[in-house]
Design a binder for this molecule. Sequence first.
Ligand code: HEC
Ligand code: HEC
Length: 401
Amino acid sequence: MKKQMVVVAGFSIALLLTGCGGGTDDPGPGGQSMSKAALGAMLYKDTNLSEPAGQSCETCHSLDLLAAGSGVSARGFADLNSTFDAPVSPGAVTGVFGDRNAPTAAYAMFAPDFQYDTTTDPANPRYIGGQFLDGRAVDLVEQAKGPFLNPKEMNMADEAAVVAKVRDAAYANMFKQVFGASSLDSGNEATAYNQIAEAIAAFESTAMFAPFSSKFDAVQAGKATFTDAEQRGFDLFKTTGAGKCAECHKLEKSGGSSGVLFTDFSYWNIGVPQNPNNPAGTTATGFTDIGLAANPNLVASAPASGERGKFKVPTLRNVELTAPYMHNGALATLEQVVNFYNERDPKNCYGSAVPFVDCWPNPEVTDNLDVTFSGDLLLSAQDEADLVAFMKTLTDGYFTP
Ligand code: HEC
Ligand code: HEC
């Protein structure tokens, strides 16, 4: 079964045909049907589903493979073109931009539904999961409904307009085979729009989006060994190490995954400074990204004030490929990221010019700032370099699990 999932990743025609046959629907890691996933791949890559045409999910979450057949995206399923200077992705309309740096779409399938979790640790209830950096979409299906209609992204007029384009698409027959002969008929737009999102979510739940094929995984499987620097970095990374990274980028498996995800999908404010290059502006010009506090699904017992400035802990898989970093792309390199965690507080220097290194401006949001696990780690330059070496072992495509 594994082999077959990898084939889907490579968009093999043979598999697409098998998928269309509809008879043998092998579930992928997320339990989805393979024909639905193959349809989802078509939708994910369709640049006609934007207004004007030209942008697809793939534009901002690249599928360009590192090597033919490797199944591993050269940009880790994030935006091919974003940098510190241009940290957010342009929308379909020229001159229009979102206000966040596109995160990877890989491993997103393992995030639990957005919820206020009072059971895992009753003494410390907290929000976990969801899609988007503030969890405002409860799951992958709800997430996939967002970009088409977002004026800062694909800018389609409404659900019916998206369905109309799918009705005229080359893969319309495939859609009808998966969801029924009348699925795209007029009158069925609301259901069809949901099915579009379902198919995309099925594609995002295939093995291609969770290869677990990094050097880290190979070491875990006893098939490779870390260099000395990587091993020192790993030791620093652990909760027992001076870097404390694993307090949030967890080393336990979760969400039914077969490998470590480097996140428990919880929310923290680690004090990332504003990116002066964000087209949305800065607090001085009226834009502050308050993160989780803007999520419309917060519960009354844990209101927005306690969540200002918090963002979902991202996976660190393929992080070598996904610069710039953080919700606003404020940090350009992994070296900067580690220096930020190490010296955010002792080297605070409000108003400093970019690039930020060895001198950290105030957080974008100062409320709820974590000072227990981040900000003043007393790491040496060697420690910082070792942590970077360790993070570079998280790039998929190192071996075949
Ligand atoms: C214009 C660029 C752009 C396009 C097009 C786009 N995205 Fe995104 N995507 C983003 C950004 C930016 C975010 C983070 C937004 C936020 O947190 O508010 C994001 C977030 C996500 C996430 C959540 C990841 C996580 O860890 O929470 C997923 C999954 C995703 N996108 C999939 C898709 C799919 C599927 C499509 C097509 C239907 C799509 N994206 C189209 C830029 C884009
Ligand atoms: C207190 C929780 C916490 C700790 C401890 C922590 N992180 Fe993070 N990390 C986060 C959160 C939350 C984000 C996202 C912040 C944002 O987008 O503004 C993040 C983002 C990152 C990113 C950027 C990923 C991306 O795709 O943009 C990297 C790299 C990273 N952390 C590495 C580390 C390392 C290395 C350590 C240890 C030195 C560490 N983290 C410790 C919570 C934490």
